[in-house]
Design a binder for this molecule. Structure first.
Ligand code: AMP
Ligand code: MG
Length: 416
């Protein structure tokens, strides 16, 4: 057996950053910027009002108060989206809407709540300093500002900033296109009745969703039986269309050799036994792509659904994130209190126990889900964390344990 750290390092070493590409903002959320973005224009592009009210010369409001209004002549109205052509002279005001350009001569805005109309004039009851309720040109972004560094994970506000600069595309590290393939004679395709000894394919739906949730573009490569020619054709076709491949099944010791034989023939594989439970068997390799010099990483995950999930989380997900340019590759880890005992026996492996987690405002808590078999996916579906039990006798109730958070938002809520 090798350590998880060794397996992870081996995999990460062989998964390199994808090339940068310009993508429309609409498809860029979650992608990582491949280069800095420097503003070519100012935001806002012109000084404008932060309030509905009256654009004035601040000096004209000296001494204004509720019981001592100053009276100004209203010479124009300016709405958002219209040019402000009428200047504000001494003793004058322009009615102005939020976002409308400041008229020449005005240097402050008195909000409408502090005004009383008097025919063509207005009484203002607030003394304002120059700049009050004015949003300066470039007050958000100045031309030449670096608004985004390289390596930023684009969120909604970043995309809004790019749009505010008039950009409709952004240079990002490519989103890995990841093909997911299920193997094994025992699997029945969706919609067919189960024959004797047959089971349904749980892993493909799960792995496709894990790829997508991890920021990849998931490609369903379907199911292939334990047949060398069919498997080779599916893998070669997948490698042509994808940046990485994820297979499940056929990598453990006792398996019929089909997956091993085929992958060994077409890819440079390393077959591993990792000192973890679940997900001990794991294979990784690089598949040559005829069309170019690139090699396509292949993640051979074990077939048991819970093992598949844990293997993906610990090995494939960090690698796909590296390909996509992320700096944080792993799930966040916290120290949690074990609300119930986390029992185990020494066996030379680290155990990844599926837990429900919660935060009580001070500490994280972890409770194991009821069923921990590597075939018991239904119980695992109720977990939002993996408690890491080092080799040994486990952790008593009240002890602390490291937990990888699979859904940090869920983990930040209190446990019921
Ligand atoms: P294997 O890794 O091929 O030895 O498979 C281990 C276990 O996982 C066996 O019980 C398989 O039937 C099961 N298995 C393999 N692939 C899948 C799948 N796609 N969905 C559900 N179970 C699977
Ligand atoms: Mg199998």
């Amino acid at each position: 057996m090798i350590s998880l750290a060794e397996a992870r390092a081996y995999v990460l070493d062989r998964c390199s950053l994808l090339a940068g590409r310009k993508v429309p903002l609409g498809g860029a959320a979650g992608c990582v910027t491949a280069e800095p973005v420097v503003a070519a224009e100012a935001v806002p592009p012109f000084a404008n009002s932060a309030m509905d009210g009256f654009a004035v010369r601040a000096a004209d409001t000296a001494g204004a108060a509720e019981d001592r209004p100053v009276r100004l002549v209203v010479v124009a109205t300016v709405a958002a989206g219209a040019p402000a052509t009428t200047p504000v002279g001494a003793g004058q005001a322009v009615r102005i809407m939020t976002g409308a350009p400041m008229p020449p001569g005005a240097d402050a805005v008195v909000l409408v709540e502090r005004s009383r109309p008097v025919g063509d004039e207005v009484d203002l009851t607030l003394e304002v300093a120059p700049g009050t309720s004015v949003r300066e040109a470039g007050g958000d972004v100045r031309p030449g500002d670096e608004v985004l560094a390289a390596g930023v994970v684009l969120g909604p506000a970043h995309l809004g900033v790019l749009a505010s600069l008039g950009l409709d595309r952004v240079m990002v590290v490519g989103r890995p296109v990841v093909g997911v393939l299920s193997t094994g004679d025992e699997l029945v395709p969706r919609g067919r009745p189960l024959g004797p000894g047959q089971i349904r394919d749980s892993n493909r739906a799960m792995l496709l969703a894990l790829v997508a949730a991890g920021g990849g573009t998931a490609v369903d490569l379907g199911w292939v039986p334990d047949d060398e020619a069919a498997l080779e054709a599916a893998l070669v076709d997948g490698a042509r269309r994808c940046d990485a491949l994820v297979t499940s099944g056929g990598v453990s010791m006792g398996d019929f050799d089909v997956v091993k034989v085929v992958l060994d023939r077409i890819a440079e594989m390393r077959w591993m036994q990792i000192a973890i439970k679940p997900a001990k068997p794991f294979a990784f390799g690089l598949l040559g792509r005829a069309s170019d010099a690139a090699h396509v990483p292949v993640f051979g995950l074990p077939g048991n659904p819970v093992s598949s999930l844990v293997s993906f989380e610990l090995l494939a997900r960090p690698a796909l994130r590296r390909m996509a340019g992320h700096h944080h590759l792993d799930r966040p880890a916290v120290t949690a209190v074990a609300d119930a005992p986390l029992d185990r026996r020494p066996d030379g492996k680290a155990h990844y126990v599926r837990v429900r987690t919660g935060f009580d405002g001070e500490r994280f808590h972890a409770r194991p889900v009821a069923a921990q078999g590597s075939h018991q996916l239904a119980a695992t579906a109720g977990a939002d964390g993996l408690a890491v039990l080092p080799d040994g006798h486990g952790i008593p109730a009240g002890g602390t344990v490291e937990v990888l958070l699979l859904d940090a938002e869920s983990s930040l809520r209190p446990l019921p």
